[in-house]
Design a binder for this molecule. Structure first.
Ligand code: DAH
Length: 339
């Protein structure tokens, strides 16, 4: 085949090619080892002198031209193929009604918001505190020194950098005292973690809401008033409560505030460990060491603190028997509550 025949042939083939796959065959036909242009170049061995030069130049120009034309054709065909694919994709009809049910708030979010509303109306600020903290804030700053037996009940998850997942919202007390000083009224809800054997009333991940009120002349009567007020508003009825002495290193005196179990009506069930009472809100008068560590003059100021179990509160309010349902992600269980 002479040069003109090869060029004509190439142009015809390019004209007819309509799939990107075919273009590779075409490249082999002209530029492959045994392709027309490669063979024409090999044929130069039989030519000599001036003719070899002219012919060689012409074949090389044709080779370049063929490479460019084939590459351009590949791009053009690919673009066309993509366009066809896009046009063939099914169109979304935005007017079709959705089959997905509307979302809902998690029961813990609902009780948390309710409590925030109640305390905000009584002049408390709502503070945030991270889930990851350190030994100082979680324990030492709240009067739980290293090797104190109170740490045994609060084993947690430690990170490789020495930090830990907070075991209680009391971990935020020190930072908040340092941030605002006294007088102070604040609540700080948050997720807490413990190394727990789980059952109907224990989980390794749960929510608390801590509150502190610090001022001159704060007494246990203030504490009892705020606790009762909060419970009657959350449950929208009077709730039977009892106050027992309780030990927590960061309060003195310390109390356990129990409510009569709303699931069994006080008869005893797995949710209340068969006692008829549920520990809901341990509390007490802030220990002077904790005030001092937070930079507050413990001679001048006193205060109360409480650690409300938000998870337990949600269980009581909504009659959820097993704490594990709350972390289960089962929408049938979790989406039935409204505020
Ligand atoms: N931080 C305690 C716990 O999780 C609960 C607690 C008890 C908080 C007494 C308080 C308090 O503020 O006064 O076990």
């Amino acid at each position: 085949m002479n040069i003109e025949e090869i060029r004509k042939n190439l142009n015809e083939d390019l004209e007819n090619a309509s799939e990107s796959g075919k273009l590779e065959e075409l490249r082999v036909k002209f530029l492959g080892k045994k392709g027309h242009i490669t063979e024409a170049l090999a044929g130069l061995r039989n030519v000599s002198g001036e003719e070899k030069k002219t012919l060689g130049g012409a074949i090389n120009r044709l080779k370049k031209e063929a490479e460019i034309l084939i590459a351009e054709k590949i791009i053009a065909i690919k673009l066309k193929e993509e366009e066809l694919m896009v046009n063939a994709a099914p169109l979304y009809d935005l007017s079709v009604p959705s089959k997905t049910a509307a979302g809902s708030y998690h029961p813990i979010t609902l009780v948390q918001r309710k409590c925030e509303e109640i305390f905000a109306s009584m002049g408390f600020t709502i503070e945030e505190y991270p889930e990851v903290t350190d030994d100082y804030n979680c324990f030492e700053a709240v009067n739980i020194p290293k090797d104190h037996p109170a740490r045994d009940m609060q084993d947690t998850y430690y990170l490789e950098n020495g930090q830990l997942l907070k075991t209680h919202t009391s971990a935020a007390q020190n930072a908040i005292m340092k941030k605002y000083g006294a007088p102070l009224r604040a609540i700080f809800p948050g997720r807490c973690f413990r190394n727990e054997a789980t059952d109907a009333c224990h989980e390794n991940t749960f929510f608390q809401m801590e509150g502190i009120m610090i001022d001159t002349d704060i007494s246990i009567s203030n504490l009892i008033y705020f606790m009762k007020k909060m419970l009657s508003e959350v449950f929208e009825k009077d709730i039977e409560v009892r106050l027992r002495p309780g030990f927590f290193p960061f309060v003195e005196p310390g109390f356990e505030l129990d409510i009569s179990c709303l699931i069994c009506g006080g008869e005893g069930c797995p949710s209340c460990k068969n006692s008829g009472w549920l520990e809901l809100c341990p509390c007490g008068m802030i220990h002077p060491n904790v005030l001092k560590e937070g930079g507050i003059d413990s001679e001048k100021y006193t205060g109360f603190a409480f650690g409300l179990g938000l998870t337990r509160l949600a269980m009581m309010k909504y009659g959820i028997k097993d704490i594990r349902d709350l972390n289960s992600g089962k929408l049938a269980n979790l989406s039935q509550f409204v505020s």
